[in-house]
Design a protein around this ligand. Structure first.
Ligand code: PGA
Length: 262
């Protein structure tokens, strides 16, 4: 592989698995990866459970010294105060959460999170020492109207408006039409948009930051297509939804290096 960035395979569980199911799942996942002698340093694996699971998963990771990273699916734009139902990034970092999704298309469409909200949440994540996984992607209508990269690039630029260029981020390119549809982008399509995103990052944050930032592809990723995405030089991992809920399937995606070139 051309890239020297450590690939990241992130499992977004969405609103699935309660805390008991989460413990069983993470134990099984860790065993399965250990059995397969997965090198956790060469490919980082992260799970993004619902908020109510985080404490249980954190306790398990800590007690069993598991090297899976923990992510959250959202955070408040505020750090504390009268915001009923919201979760502060500070609470998340206290639970050893490292990553937090920001701007997932389901938040953008179902919870009316626009680019301004996304930018304030990226800033909140940064203030709390979390690494935002900034999700960007075009709808089918955007694709027809603007082509593949204009909307994701504009979303990324907007998301970075309130953080310093030095802020550590991960970018996830998720075409909305590919999420949960079973119809993934082609590796070439993903590679092209990820390359455009890296160019935009270089413009906003400088070429060193752009070269160091991981850009993931998401949208109907499976064990059978992960290798093709990972062969693209600007794709540094995957954000996996549905397939992250099946232990064997997710473990196989994490172990993509075993099937690159197949
Ligand atoms: P999917 O979801 O893998 O089920 O398409 C991806 C996501 O929403 O992050």
């Amino acid at each position: 592989m051309v890239t020297t960035r450590t690939p990241l395979i992130a499992g977004n569980w969405k609103m699935n698995l309660d805390h008991l199911q989460a413990i069983a799942f993470v134990q099984k996942l860790a065993w399965s990866l250990k059995d397969a002698k997965h090198d956790f340093e060469s490919v980082e694996a992260a799970v993004f459970p619902p908020f109510t699971d985080l404490r249980s998963v954190q306790t398990l990771l800590d007690a069993d010294k598991l090297v899976l990273a923990l992510g959250a699916q959202d955070l408040s734009a505020q750090d504390s105060g009268a915001y009923t139902g919201e979760i502060s990034g500070r609470f998340l970092s206290k639970l050893d959460v490292r990553y937090v999704l920001v701007g997932h298309s389901e938040r953008r469409t179902l919870h009316a999170e626009d680019d301004g909200v996304v930018a304030t949440k990226v800033a909140a994540a940064h203030r709390s020492g979390l690494v935002p996984v900034i999700c960007v992607g075009e709808t089918a209508a955007d694709l027809e109207q603007h082509g593949p990269s204009a909307v994701p690039v504009a979303q990324l630029r907007a998301a970075l408006a309130e953080v310093p260029a030095s802020a550590e981020i991960v970018v996830a390119y998720e075409p909305v039409w590919a999420i949960g549809s079973g119809q993934a982008a082609t590796a070439e399509q993903a590679g092209q948009v990820c390359s455009a995103l890296r160019t935009a990052l270089a413009d906003v944050a400088g070429s060193d930051a752009a070269a160091a930032t991981r850009i993931l592809y998401g949208g109907s990723v499976k064990s059978s297509n992960i290798a093709s995405f990972m062969r693209e030089p600007d794709v540094d991992g995957a954000l996996v939804g549905g397939a992250s809920l099946d232990v064997d399937e997710f473990a196989s995606i994490v172990r993509f290096q075993a099937h690159v070139g197949v």
